[in-house]
Design a protein. Structure first.
Length: 523
């Protein structure tokens, strides 16, 4: 214990009684222009004043103290203290001896992370804080966690490789393959790959000459060869032959690149999968995922079908399964009009839904039976199920009454009684205008949603989009208000059109005065 520790141990509430603090307060208030000459040559003054500043005046807790900046000292007329210290960090570590490490501060000293002992000290401190031990390193330590711990500089000095960083901390205690990924450039050295192949076949009890028949894609991926496989288009035969060109040829491998082009080979393999995994025929869509085929070492097979289990199943069992039976559909699958039509037609066929019952396929029906279709209709048909039905069954003529729609005086269809009232009012009031309903589709490229405006009005050489938001103030449909706001923002910024939103309160006025006023403000 050095002689200055007694000043470090003064109780916080007694700091204000120290003479140097009284001087500090006079300087701070302007009653004194500066501290007496030689004030900061006395280390005890530095300790007392800095402690008073952060503990009593600023009331900082232990975690906040390292965040004290040069500006804080400047604002409190204490910059002179820094003439004795090369940095704020050195000042704080002097005042609060043995309370902080360099890594508790925003910046560490130059070269700090070049010393492995510093890296290890900080790493183990963070490990202790999280309750981890050395046995947890492989399981719990990730690149994201290392960055969260403020060790980006240490990581960079080790080639941005988690293995190299851990190996610098605990030399020789882990292998490169203990981690999820190998260091960048590791596979550029073919000798590393050959060495790993020999380790793999020894562990798996595979003799060297059995490699063509027993080393599968699944096995290679399990032993961290995924990146190297990509360089060889996912082909295990190409990979092995590149490493051992004098020992193997592609002809020795059972499944060459052409193997899966023979549909009979595909069918035989799939039948074997179904049998080995006891998969009932009707459950095929539940089990057949891209990950499932990769786990079975059949990456090459699924790639032959554009990595799509749906495409594979439709090839083997045409018309037997709906696309909606699979866990997921390909990206942008529903952006195809043909796919949307086929989905609804197949849905009806498999459930024996005939012409007379098709109009009953409403939002409430799908919410109970097949909710996944609701987002499809919301996105591509602006939540109007009758538009999807009419598009999907062009051979039928549906009446508005079948969809519980309302017919305006001009024969155009409206979704609700409120829309009907607005529609007829617009026709009567804007006699010289052309009023059309839900005829034009707009695509919001940001959200990917399709919008059919309730009305487009051509008046005085202007095009006006009118939209009624009847449920804007209701919580009946989840997401309605959010979609309405996206729609309003889109229409307001749409070039060539003016936009007029109508809300329930606008139609309560006698004579629709609120709507009239909105129109007048646009024209």
């Amino acid at each position: 214990m050095d002689e200055l520790d007694k000043y470090r141990n003064i109780k916080t509430n007694l700091l204000s009684e120290q003479k140097i603090v009284l001087v500090f307060l006079e300087v701070l208030s302007g009653r004194k222009k500066s501290f007496p000459s030689g004030t900061w040559l006395k280390k005890m003054n530095i300790i007392i004043v800095v402690r008073f500043l952060v503990e009593q005046k600023l009331k900082l807790n232990k975690k906040e103290i390292p965040k004290v900046s040069r500006q804080v000292l400047c604002d409190n007329k204490l910059l002179g203290i820094l003439n004795r210290f090369s940095s704020i960090r050195m000042l704080i570590m002097f005042v609060y001896k043995d309370c902080y490490n360099e890594t508790d501060f925003g910046r560490v000293s130059k070269g700090y992370w070049s010393i492995n002992e510093n890296i290890k000290k900080h790493f183990e401190k963070c490990m202790q804080r999280y309750g981890y031990t050395k046995e947890n390193v492989i399981k719990n330590i990730t690149m994201e966690l290392i960055l969260e711990w403020g060790m980006s500089n240490a990581l960079k000095r080790n080639g941005n490789s988690l293995f190299k960083l851990i190996n610098a901390i605990y030399p020789g205690e882990y292998t490169v393959f203990d981690f999820k990924s190998v260091p960048q450039g590791f596979w550029d050295n073919a000798e590393n790959a050959r060495k790993r192949i020999f380790e793999m076949i020894e562990t798996e009890d595979i003799s060297f000459h059995e490699i063509p028949t027993k080393v599968t894609q699944e096995l290679l991926i399990r032993y961290h060869f995924g990146t190297l496989l990509k360089r060889h288009k996912g082909s295990s035969s190409q990979l092995i032959c590149s490493l051992f060109p004098a020992d193997f040829s592609k002809a020795q491998f059972r499944k060459t690149n052409r193997y899966w082009k023979d549909i009979q080979n595909v069918r035989t393999t799939i039948n074997s999968l179904l049998k080995d995994h006891n998969i009932p025929h009707q459950d095929i869509p539940k089990y057949f995922t891209k990950a499932f085929f990769q786990e079975q070492g059949l990456y090459g097979l699924i790639q032959e079908f554009n990595a799509s289990p749906i495409e594979l199943v439709n090839k083997l069992y045409p018309g037997q399964f709906e696309v909606t039976e699979f866990q997921r559909v390909p990206n942008r699958y529903w952006y195809s009009k043909e796919n949307r039509i086929q989905a609804l037609r197949t849905f009806c066929v498999k459930r024996n839904i005939y012409r007379e019952n098709i109009p009953n396929l409403t939002r409430s029906y799908f919410r109970k039976v097949f909710p996944r279709f609701i987002s499809l209709v919301d996105r591509h048909y602006d939540s109007k199920f009758h538009l999807w039905i009419i598009e999907s069954f062009p051979e039928y003529s549906f009446s508005p009454e079948e969809f519980r729609l309302h017919v305006g005086v001009d024969g155009q269809l409206c979704d609700s009684m409120e829309e009907l009232q607005i529609h007829n009012f617009l026709l009567e009031w804007l006699k010289d205008a052309e009023v059309t309903r839900e005829k034009t589709k707009f695509i919001n490229s940001v959200s990917g949603e399709g919008y059919y405006p309730d009305w487009i009005i051509e008046l005085q050489e202007q095009s006006i989009i009118v939209e009624y938001f009847g449920l804007f103030h209701s919580d009946k449909y989840k997401g309605y208000k959010e979609k309405s706001e996206r729609k309003m923002q889109y229409f307001q910024n749409l070039k060539g059109y003016k936009f007029l939103p109508i809300f329930p309160e606008d139609i309560k006025n006698i004579g629709y005065e609120s709507i009239k006023n909105k129109f007048k403000s646009l024209l």
